[in-house]
Design a protein around this ligand. Structure first.
Ligand code: ADP
Ligand code: 5GP
Length: 205
């Protein structure tokens, strides 16, 4: 049966494990694609342009805004981040699901523009564990870690804007839960083309 594609927004504090979780579910779910964001933040060690992000200059980011090339964009801890429109629109048209990692401001913009988007919030088991993960990742300076933790407290106030929550304690359990959410979303009547069932009662009634 032909299905309508959809957008899945994954938000949660920096360091909670959004990228780790997405990587864990990709092998389980066909037709799921990752939307690579654009950012003006410099790459962390090990990050690659066109894989982790499109790392843009301020001028390049401005041009994308002027040319209406973002589905949403926002300021976060001194840098700008945005979702390029083209990739998402193409994949949805092809009946695929697209997963994107955006902050709360981005999630609210998506909610306003895309009424059937699915919003998932990822929580750490404890704040201490979140701090440990940010430190253990070892890719942000301590000021940036503290700024991100502060920001996380603010973001949590908006959790009611989301459809689902997942606690990322054990990674395999969190991956199972995200997989369940995505599979359930594919089962929604609104995503199905049920035209083949329209005249089933002909000759029976
Ligand atoms: P985010 O994408 O949310 O910023 P990452 O995926 O980069 O976070 O994860 C941050 C750190 O936490 C990484 O070092 C990762 O290996 C670790 N991590 C992710 N999930 C778990 C988990 N369930 N248990 C322990 N460590 C985790
Ligand atoms: P980081 O710098 O840790 O990779 O990401 C910082 C924050 O930016 C995270 O909360 C992440 O979800 C958010 N983010 C990443 N890409 C986008 C995007 O395209 N749009 C928005 N609004 N936020 C994003």
């Amino acid at each position: 049966m032909k299905l309508k594609g959809f957008l899945l927004v994954l938000s949660g504090p920096s360091g909670v494990g959004k990228n780790t979780l997405m990587n864990a579910v990709f092998p389980n779910i066909p037709n799921l694609h990752y939307s690579i964001s654009a950012t003006t933040r410099p790459p962390r060690s090990g990050e690659t342009h066109g894989v982790d992000y499109y790392f843009l200059s301020d001028q390049e980011f401005d041009e994308m805004i002027e040319n209406d090339q973002f589905l949403e964009w926002a300021h976060f801890c001194g840098h700008r981040y945005g979702t390029p429109k083209f990739f998402v629109e193409e994949k949805i048209k092809q009946g695929k699901a697209v997963i994107m990692d955006v902050d709360i401001q981005g999630a609210i913009q998506i909610r306003e523009k895309v009424n059937d988007a699915v919003l998932v919030f990822l929580l750490p088991p404890t704040w201490d564990e979140l701090k440990n993960r940010l430190i253990k990742r070892g890719k942000d300076p301590i000021e940036s870690i503290n700024q991100r933790l502060e920001r996380s407290f603010d973001e949590l106030k908006y959790i009611n804007e989301y459809d689902y929550f997942i606690i990322n304690d054990q990674l395999d359990k969190a991956a199972e839960r995200l997989t369940m959410i995505i599979n359930a979303e594919w089962c929604r009547v609104e995503r199905a083309d049920l035209s083949a069932f329209e005249n089933l009662d002909k000759g029976v009634r």
